[in-house]
Write a protein that binds this ligand. Structure first.
Ligand code: SF4
Length: 727
């Protein structure tokens, strides 16, 4: 018998709705197609259409994890399959041991912003806080949009998109900075194209000629790392030419004098020297942006993954305030979240400084509320960010202040974090590492225990789209093997440690969550079933209330006094710049067919066929000529931290001096090279800028064989045998 099951796509924050047709008896997917949803307008991109194949476990890259495994004899002993009882006891005993010996703050948990869903995210942070007694809980927003959260919170009081995805197509001006929707969120890119068709003027600030740049009316091909100099200059022009919305600024903002004291120096001529743009283009952009009350700023990781990411975000929010572009339809700021549930995982309080619903851990009244609900004493001290692991493992001289236990759920830091050599060393120095995931990944090699979890499509729950929209995900297939949902696993560990956590289903978890979070109160499962999508804040349980389409209505910001704060800072160059030994700048970018660390998309037959190892490095044709390499040649790319082999891809898209790599490849792993320099406020790494050099390999036959040998070696290491153990 076949049934139809509607769910939300698991690949990006666009939150597209998909309908599966499933043969229930055979437990097999028969068909999938996009259906109408609030954000997707009955459309899906290629990942939505073809990205579910990993549920069939085709074993292209790795096999699914199907059994719990532990290293009974300590770090260097082999992994052994054990029962869930034994695995849970092993993990609980070791977490307890670390807590008793080193204290609560020696533990860190990484929640997953991918498949598990909001309920699992809620349970992970509850485990860290209520069971381990620490606010050391974080997730991958740290390495992507944490700067958006920090910069927006510090200026407008709310860290999410102020507008909704459908509003984008009614904007009159879109200032798109460091964001290529075509690869990150193809369905959002459609809205940008629709906006253009309706007459919107599109300005794209990006060092590369991206798809967005190609359709833009004005492409500002600025130098990498110069965002702050550009946005400060836009503010300078808006203020000095009298283009500011004086009434809005007077009624709804503060901090103007301090703001002007900084941006007054950033004349277009001065910024031109930093950005490489013409003063004329900077002036034109400012005038155009300020000319409409339906101006939208969209940004992605081309803003946030810099050591000045937070400062750029603050100034983007300030530009919108200066021009009165907040609080009404089709205007505002859009930090468009990458992974499917990175917004939701922030919403769930998987952050070191806030409980679920962005409630401050340092606020005694909030702390008391959660203590009462959870029946424990909680810490009022903000925790640490996961990007500080190397510092707090390798460089902290006081053992009592180090991380001694790391609970990693649905993340692969050995592929996704900067400076992989440093990460691998750090993980090996941590007393006890637990990986909870769906596929064997690079981080599993460093784990003391591996706990197999269900994937998207195998459990129920809720995701939050990038524009604050709660949407249901549903179980499509019965999971195979001895695996459990993420939230069940965490509850079992908590209970084994003496703190009873038991829920019968995700709705019970969700109800506990929305009772504790005023902003989410109205988003009951019943309403989600009826309405499909509810955007927070959603205060009202009334069945018709769909929540909030755009934030800051009437210029009332989410700051404590309702007043927005104009902020920016002076420009400084990236931490590691080009030099004689490393004359190129390396920037990491995204590729449309692959997602994150590739364990999911790399195990989908059609997506996998689009590209393969060792990936590629984009360079200008002039650069390729200087290096003496041609399209497809294997080259060695080197930074101070490591090297990788990849293929040369000469393209007119990039300027000479800058090179670009995508981050999902095992052999062409750009994070062997990236730098772990962090934004001082958000602790987000500067993935978008480090110094590198490219070496030509004269013997291409050797290079091909070397890449093949490395690929075989890593596949052998990652392979799971028939019995479920690594080979
Ligand atoms: Fe999935 Fe994003 Fe593609 Fe939509 S745009 S189908 S949510 S990957």
């Amino acid at each position: 018998m076949s049934v139809e099951i509607k769910t939300t796509c698991c690949y990006c924050g666009a939150g597209c709705q998909l309908l599966f047709t499933v043969d229930k008896e055979a437990n097999k997917i028969l068909d999938i197609h996009p259906v109408p949803g609030r954000t997707n307008d009955s459309k899906a991109c290629l990942k939505g259409w073809y990205g579910w194949d990993y549920l069939n476990d085709p074993q292209i890259l790795t096999k699914r994890l199907r059994e719990p495994m532990i290293r009974k004899g300590g770090k260097n002993s082999p992994l052994e399959i054990v029962s869930w009882d034994e695995a849970v006891k092993f993990v609980a005993d070791n977490f307890k041991k670390v807590k008793e010996k080193w204290g609560p703050n020696s533990f860190l948990a990484a929640a997953s912003a991918r498949g598990p869903g909001n309920e699992a995210g809620y349970i992970t942070q509850k485990f860290a806080r209520a069971v381990m007694g620490t606010n050391n809980i974080d997730h991958c927003a740290r390495i992507c949009h944490a700067a958006s959260v920090a910069g927006s919170m510090q200026t407008i009081g709310e860290g999410a998109m102020s507008l909704s995805i459908p509003e984008i197509e009614d904007a009159e001006v879109i200032f798109n900075i460091g964001y290529n929707a075509a690869t990150s969120h193809p369905i959002v890119a459609r809205r940008i194209v629709r906006a253009k068709e309706k007459g919107c003027y599109i300005i794209c600030a990006d060092p590369r000629i991206t798809e967005t740049a190609r359709i833009s009316d004005l492409h500002l091909q600025l130098k990498g790392g110069a965002n702050v100099a550009l946005v400060n200059a836009l503010a300078n022009v808006i203020i000095s030419e009298g283009l500011m919305d004086k009434e809005f600024v007077k009624a709804h903002t503060k901090g103007f004098d301090d703001f002007w004291a900084i941006v007054k120096d950033y004349t277009p001529e001065y910024s031109s020297g930093i950005t490489g743009l013409s003063a004329e283009d900077i002036r034109f952009t400012a005038r155009k942006y300020a000319s409409s009350k339906h101006s939208v700023i969209l940004w992605g990781m081309g803003v946030t993954q810099f050591s000045q990411g937070v400062e750029t975000v603050k100034c983007c929010c300030s530009l919108a305030m200066l021009t009165g572009n907040f609080g009404h339809y089709a205007c505002g700021t859009g930090p468009v979240r990458g992974q499917n549930n990175v917004q939701g995982t922030c919403d769930m309080g998987d952050l070191p400084n806030v409980y679920p619903g962005y409630q401050d851990v340092a606020n005694p009244a909030i702390q008391a509320k959660f203590e009462k609900a959870w029946g424990v004493k909680l810490s009022g001290v903000a925790g640490i960010q996961l990007t500080r692991v190397p510092e707090l493992v390798q460089h902290e001289s006081d053992p009592a202040k180090r991380i001694h236990a790391y609970y990693i759920t649905g993340e692969d830091p050995c592929q996704s974090d900067p400076d992989l050599d440093e990460i691998r060393e750090s993980l090996d120095m941590i007393d006890f590492v637990v990986v909870q995931d769906i596929f064997w990944n690079k981080t599993c090699e460093h784990a003391d225990a591996i706990l197999p979890a269900t994937a998207w499509g195998e459990h129920d729950g809720v995701y939050t789209s990038s524009d604050r929209g709660f949407q249901r995900i549903r179980k499509v297939l019965e999971p195979a093997g001895n695996i459990k949902t993420d939230w069940e696993i965490t509850c079992l560990i908590a209970t084994a440690m003496g703190y009873k956590m038991h829920y019968n289903n995700t709705e019970e978890i969700w109800n506990e969550l929305i009772d504790l979070c005023p902003k989410f109160t109205g988003a009951t499962y019943e309403k989600l079933e009826k309405l499909g999508s509810i955007q927070w804040p959603c205060w009202d349980k009334g069945m018709e209330d769909k929540g909030t389409m755009f934030l800051h209505a009437g210029g009332h910001f989410a700051t404590p006094d309702g007043i927005g704060i104009l902020k920016t800072s002076p420009y400084h160059p990236p931490v590691e710049v080009e030099n004689t030994e490393y004359p190129l700048t390396l920037c990491t970018v995204r590729e449309v067919g692959h997602y994150s660390v590739r364990t999911m998309t790399g195990n989908c037959r059609l997506l996998r066929n689009l590209e393969d190892e060792p990936g590629w490095v984009e360079m200008s044709p002039e650069q390729a000529g200087q290096l003496g390499v041609k399209q497809g040649d294997i080259v060695k790319i080197v930074s101070k931290r490591g090297f990788a082999f990849t293929r040369a891809k000469p393209t007119e898209r990039v300027k000479t001096g800058a090179v670009y790599m995508t981050y999902q490849w095992w052999i062409g792993a750009c994070n062997e090279l990236t730098i772990s320099a962090l934004d001082p406020s958000s602790k987000t790494p500067e993935y978008k800028y480090c110094a590198a050099r490219i070496e030509k390999i004269p013997d291409q036959k050797w290079a091909e064989e070397e890449v093949a040998r490395r690929y075989t070696d890593i596949r052998n290491r990652m392979r799971i045998t028939k019995e479920g153990l690594p080979a």
